[in-house]
Design a protein around this ligand. Structure first.
Ligand code: NAD
Length: 327
């Protein structure tokens, strides 16, 4: 198959080349959007990532260019108009669970860093400042953590929390029986958010979860609680969270995803003036830690993404059952 891969980084190329099962791949650094969709002319498939856009306008271009397959090299598919693709006879496949532990471990890394301030200690020590002032954290042992969404990643995160001796409250539209047996306490969203010292989001971005965290739901939070989002930026209404940080209602915020990340993440703007005022404000808080959508970024996960993407492509070519089809 001739495949156009969008938003390519050097590491994508490395892993896709290593596990390619014989397809002709063109690597494009640009994201897929309305300006770049015409580049798909002559390709059978496109391979896209989290911030590539596949809306109706783009689908029309893909269809008229003869593209038959959209290969998502990620789990989330909120950026793809799946119904629109089906209407144009374009198949969508994804990598549903490549390494849930990679993202779950990153969520814990954000918590530990925000809590024990190791990033600040690192900088202080390098400047010869050995003071402990303002570095005090809290024990995670016996603390209550709310896990919103207990699918593959949420479940892996619960296992990590268990190891730390945390109390786990969870909310999911489909509770996991095996987690109940482990002592995870399911409740309504309201019950789960209330009294938690840390809230961590692991549900997908859907119409029903868009801006799940907003001024109203933030009122349910325990004052000073920590919020962690490693799922999708659109789960959090950024302006409301900024207000909650300013008032002190929110004690700390760890983000691996950001609503407007498509125009920022995965690129170097270190010599530019950041035009996004909300991220600039977030960066200014001492109790906010932002990473650039790197939760997935481990060797194991990259291998799994490449292997599963080629299995999906081969199954499509051979007319086999598409176990990772998105419909
Ligand atoms: P999953 O499908 O295994 O689990 C999602 C869970 O959310 C399911 O249990 C589902 O029942 C639940 N859910 C659905 N609607 C809900 C709602 N309204 N309220 C509460 N729970 C709801 O998915 P996963 O593999 O665990 O991934 C979760 C999300 O993590 C993905 O959708 C993706 O957006 C994000 N993700 C981020 C990264 C990263 O690098 N930061 C990497 C992979 C995935």
């Amino acid at each position: 198959m001739k495949i156009a891969t969008f938003s390519t980084q050097a590491y994508d190329k490395q892993f896709l080349n290593e596990f390619n099962t014989g397809h002709e791949i063109s690597y494009l650094e640009v994201p897929l959007n309305e300006q770049t969709a015409s580049l798909t002319n002559g390709f059978d498939a496109v391979c896209v990532f989290v911030n590539d856009l596949v809306n109706e306008v783009i689908l029309d271009v893909l269809a008229s260019n003869g593209v038959k397959l959209i290969v998502l090299r990620c789990a989330g598919f909120n950026n793809v108009d799946v119904k629109g693709a089906a209407e144009r006879n374009i198949t969508v496949v994804r990598v549903p669970a490549y390494s849930p532990e990679a993202v779950a471990e990153h969520a814990m890394a954000l918590i530990l860093t925000l809590n024990r301030k190791t990033h600040k200690a690192y900088n202080r020590i390098r400047e010869g400042n050995f003071s402990l002032e303002k570095l005090m954290g809290f024990n995670l042992h016996e603390r209550k953590v709310a896990v919103i969404g207990t699918g593959a990643i949420g479940k892996a995160f619960c296992m990590i929390l268990k190891g730390f001796g945390c109390k786990i409250a969870a909310y999911d539209v489909k509770p996991d029986e095996s987690l109940k047996e482990l002592g995870v306490n399911y409740g309504t969203l309201e019950e789960t958010l209330a009294e938690a010292d840390i809230v961590s989001l692991h549900c997908p971005l859907l119409e029903s979860t868009h801006h799940l965290i907003n001024t109203e739901t933030l009122k349910l939070f325990k004052p000073g609680a920590m919020l962690i989002n490693t799922s999708r930026g659109g789960l959090v209404k950024t302006g409301d969270v900024i207000e909650a940080l300013k008032s002190g209602l929110l004690g700390a915020l760890g983000l691996d995803v950001y609503e407007q990340e498509a125009s920022l993440f995965f690129r170097d703007f270190s010599e530019d003036v950041i035009q996004d005022d909300q991220i600039a404000r977030l960066i200014s808080f001492p109790n906010v830690l932002i990473t650039s959508h790197q939760g997935f970024f481990t060797r194991e996960a990259m291998e799994q993404i490449a292997v599963t993407s080629f299995k999906n492509i081969d199954a499509f070519v051979n007319g086999d059952e598409l176990v990772n089809r998105v419909e």
